[in-house]
Write a protein that binds this ligand. Structure first.
Ligand code: NAP
Length: 489
């Protein structure tokens, strides 16, 4: 990777529209602007519009107005707009990746991977737009016909987190637009720039005004509350923390909104004694270190068979300890900064808590001094069962390792959490693999692989990790209602 100059950085930031996108127009926010920070330096990158409640209502007005036309727009054309946007994202991957690294911190190579992954949702749902179908059946008594049809849910509010600034948006925008829903999108205030570029690209791809509206705001509760209470809204899709998800569900209950919740995780990574240990370490690095550990799917705790615990932990510590930490724009950097000081403080507290209870830091264990929110990749061995790091989402480059005695203990430990998003299992025994997978209380499992994300697969959790699925054939169903027609013949 050649060195990225300050003027190249400035150029990609300058290209981003910084206003609100409402009814096909870019306009200022009534509350002025809010600052977007580079987490590697703590310095301001850009100012974007700060929406008021009235701005947010205008976005819903626009979505409601555009709804009927968009729902009748030919599915093929809806798909073709998404397909053009997919291609534009791929064509501009280098600039978009740099922008993402600047606002979120992850290394450029990882931003490129997210750009490819995020764009893929637009391609996948461009193909699904023309596969929305229904059913025709003869009633069991032979007297009538049962017809079902799928129709768009209606205006949808899409709220996304900062950790995957583009993909968390395309994962919702793709199926919503393909289904014929109009949307109001609200990205996290730390990382609005990638989503603003997505809105611009969809506009350039021919999306009619009002179909997608984008609000950036310094107060999400103040601006989103009135939209969730508005009877014209029909759907809320949220990705973020379980705590906020719970609050939003309460608010959504008043209007009985259709709701999808992609919430926090506490993924166990189980390594059995029959596993290929080098492959397990490789998978562990991906499951733990992708996105600097700031992924809902991040392996949060490692449960390793007692007989292979030492070599596994030593190899993992060796690999994690040799990863280059730095600003994501620099050549060779594999670990960027955490998103902000608060997140870094939380990670430090979880490490201190585990060490205070007797865990051993095989590598790392500390925040880095200086500008930015860097934390050293950390492996903790002999982590006691009461350590907070085993219960709470770490969201940082920290791998707590514990041993287990047998299969039953491994499964019990894996399921001993309120969350249920994903689990990882490493074993070479097929029977054991299937037995364990069946008993894991999660929405997804990585079997002998450290990553599950794929636009063609249903992503989502159970328990306190939420409900609903994004991606795969299931993804578009979240934005469709089924209407049944009883036909008298
Ligand atoms: P967060 O604090 O819950 O925020 C997520 C989004 O909700 C942001 O846009 C935020 O806006 C907004 N928000 C916060 N409070 C709100 C309120 N009262 N009303 C309306 N909107 C509100 O989560 P985060 O820290 O950004 O993201 C990290 C979390 O997301 C982790 O728990 C992670 O596991 C989860 N996550 C889950 C998945 C999944 O698919 N299951 C994927 C990625 C991330 P502001 O920016 O203005 O606060």
């Amino acid at each position: 990777m050649s060195t990225i100059t300050a003027s190249e950085e400035q150029q990609v930031v300058d290209q981003v529209p910084k206003q609100l996108y409402v009814g096909g127009e870019w306009r200022d926010g009534a509350k002025g602007t809010l600052s977007v920070e580079d987490p590697a330096t703590g310095e301001s990158l850009a100012e974007v519009a700060d929406a008021s409640v009235d701005d947010a209502k205008a976005a819903l007005d626009a979505a409601a107005k555009a709804g009927p036309d968009w729902s009748r727009h030919p599915p093929r054309e809806r798909g073709e707009i998404l397909r053009r946007a997919f291609q534009t994202i791929i064509d501009r991957a280098d600039q978009l990746a740099l922008l993402m690294t600047l606002e979120m911190g992850k290394p450029i190579a990882e931003s490129k991977a997210e750009i490819a992954y995020g764009a893929e949702f637009l391609r996948w749902f461009s193909e699904q737009a023309v596969r929305i179908d229904g059913r025709y059946a003869v009633a069991p008594n032979g007297q009538g016909r049962l017809l079902t049809m799928k129709q768009p849910v209606g205006p949808s509010l899409l709220i996304t987190p900062w950790n995957f600034p583009l993909a968390m948006g395309t994962r919702k925008v793709g199926p919503a637009l393909a289904a014929g829903c109009t949307v109001v999108v609200k990205p996290a205030q730390q990382t609005p720039l990638s989503m603003l570029m997505l809105a611009r690209i969809l506009e350039e791809s021919g999306l009619p005004g009002g179909v997608l509206n984008l609000i950036t705001a310094s107060s999400s509760s103040e601006t989103m509350g009135p939209l969730i209470a508005d009877p014209r809204l029909r759907k809320l899709s949220f990705t973020g923390s379980t705590e906020v998800g719970r609050k939003l569900m309460e608010q959504a209950s008043h209007n009985l909104l259709r709701v999808s919740m992609e919430l926090g995780g506490n993924a166990p990574f189980i390594v059995f004694d029959d596993a290929d240990i080098d492959a397990a370490v490789q998978g562990a690095l991906i499951a733990k270190m992708r996105n600097i550990g700031e992924a809902c799917t991040a392996a949060n705790r490692f449960h390793v068979a007692g007989s292979v615990m030492e070599p596994f932990a030593a190899k993992l510590a060796d690999k994690m300890g040799s990863m280059k930490v730095g600003r994501g724009t620099e050549a060779g950097v594999e670990v960027g900064p955490l998103i902000d000081g608060r997140q870094r403080q939380k990670v430090a507290e979880l490490v201190d808590d585990a060490v205070g209870r007797g865990a051993r830091a095989l590598v790392g264990g500390h925040a880095r001094a200086g500008a930015g929110y860097f934390f050293d990749p950390t492996v903790l061995a002999d982590v006691p069962s009461d350590a907070k790091a085993l219960r709470e989402e770490i969201f940082g480059p920290v791998a707590p390792v514990r041993s287990f005695a047998d299969e039953a203990e491994a499964i019990a430990a894996a399921n001993d959490t309120d969350y249920g998003l994903v689990a990882y299992v490493y074993t070479s025994n097929l029977g054991r693999a299937l037995r364990v997978v069946e008993r894991l209380e999660t929405g997804m499992v990585g079997l002998n692989q450290g990553m599950v994300s794929n636009a063609a697969a249903p992503f989502g959790g159970i328990k306190q990790s939420g409900f609903g699925r994004e991606g795969g054939p299931e993804g578009i169903e979240e934005y469709l209602e089924t209407k049944y027609v009883a036909v008298n013949v």
